[in-house]
Write a protein that binds this ligand. Structure first.
Ligand code: BTN
Length: 324
């Protein structure tokens, strides 16, 4: 680890506490000047410090910069020790992690970014991923499972996100089948799981579960095309370490569900959080949009709907989008 990474680990481990330059220098066996330079560099990256002469530096509690050290301090044992790589900006955490996966990266590798320049959504859409107000992460998985079971990765992730944002914000989070997380009827998170299969066995080689969370609306608001449907976990930038907390909460809960994926322990909660069951919806299929009532979600996470003409259909993900 570099001096900068070492001191960040100490500061993150004890936010608000002062460390003197001399103390840090002797702990790491480097000069005070090296410590000073590392603190300046962290400040340039957006970390907020308080400096008091005679006491040293303290990382402010409200500093809200994503870092591996900042995420790890919130992770409990169930998450294992994931290899977390953090980027200020990246094309797409999914795209880059898929490249790493095909070069042999290990299960549990996590890429986290503060901004994406080519964020991807479902059905070849773009995912708006501005810097500073969102959290974009992808987790690499190498499960032994068939293609049709991969949907459970996405649904487990949706429950992990809903639980986490609810814990951190105190606001109720719902899930819109199949993979959108909503607060106050606005989409605050989208999930895109991309997978590579072995054609002969039909088994997954790897899956990359990508999760994008709007922490708050971007300055100037969301773009025109999504402004009516998109929202943030918070209405405005929050004074606190929320991005690291949310990232850690999602990783931890997701890895817990993933460890027991065949048991689908999250399924009941997935259904309970559904915002569409029992509601009038519009099914956007390959043909023209059709009005329907959402009846139920079955154990395979498929949605049964009844159309206005009385016919019923069970939909699997990928075929449709739904407008509430
Ligand atoms: C959707 O709502 O259509 C899915 C959006 C998924 C966005 C996330 S952000 C992290 C990861 N990287 C991407 O390019 N996409 C996913």
């Amino acid at each position: 680890m570099s001096v900068k990474e070492e001191i960040l680990k100490m500061f993150e481990g004890s936010r608000g506490d002062f460390f003197s330059g001399g103390e840090l220098a002797s702990k790491l066996g480097v000069s005070r000047n090296a410590i000073w330079k590392a603190v300046r560099q962290l400040e340039r990256e957006g970390y907020q410090f308080e400096a008091v002469s005679g006491r040293g530096y303290a990382l402010r509690r409200e500093s809200d910069v994503i870092s591996a050290q900042g995420i790890k301090k919130y992770l409990g044992r169930t998450a294992g020790n994931p290899d977390i790589k953090v980027y200020r900006t990246i094309t797409s955490t999914n795209t880059v992690l898929k490249e790493m996966a095909s070069e042999g990266a290990a299960e549990g590798t996590v890429l986290v970014a503060a901004e994406q320049t080519a964020g991807k959504g479902r059905m070849s859409r773009k995912f708006h991923s501005p810097g500073g107000t969102g959290l974009y992460l992808s987790i690499l998985l190498r499960p032994k499972m068939k293609a049709q079971e991969a949907l459970f990765i996405t649904t487990a992730a949706a429950v992990a996100v809903a639980r986490t944002v609810e814990e951190v914000s105190g606001k109720q989070a719902g899930i819109k089948w199949v993979n959108d997380v909503l607060i106050d009827r606005k989409k605050i998170c989208g999930i895109l799981t991309e997978a590579s299969f072995d054609l002969e066995s039909g088994e997954l080689e790897y899956a990359v579960c990508g999760i994008g969370v709007n922490i708050c609306p971007p300055e100037g608001g969301f773009p025109e095309e999504i402004k009516d449907i998109a929202g943030g976990v918070f209405d405005a930038p929050s004074a606190g370490d929320v991005k690291n907390r949310i990232a850690a909460g999602i990783i931890e809960k997701f890895m817990e569900y993933y460890a027991n994926l065949p048991e689908h322990s999250f399924f009941e909660e997935y259904v309970r959080r559904s915002v569409i069951v029992g509601k009038e919806i519009v099914v956007l299929g390959k043909d023209k949009p059709r009005k329907a009532t959402a009846l139920s979600i079955n154990q395979n996470c498929n949605l049964t709907v009844r159309y206005d003409d009385g016919t019923e259909e069970t939909l699997s993900s990928g075929e449709v989008s739904i407008k509430i």
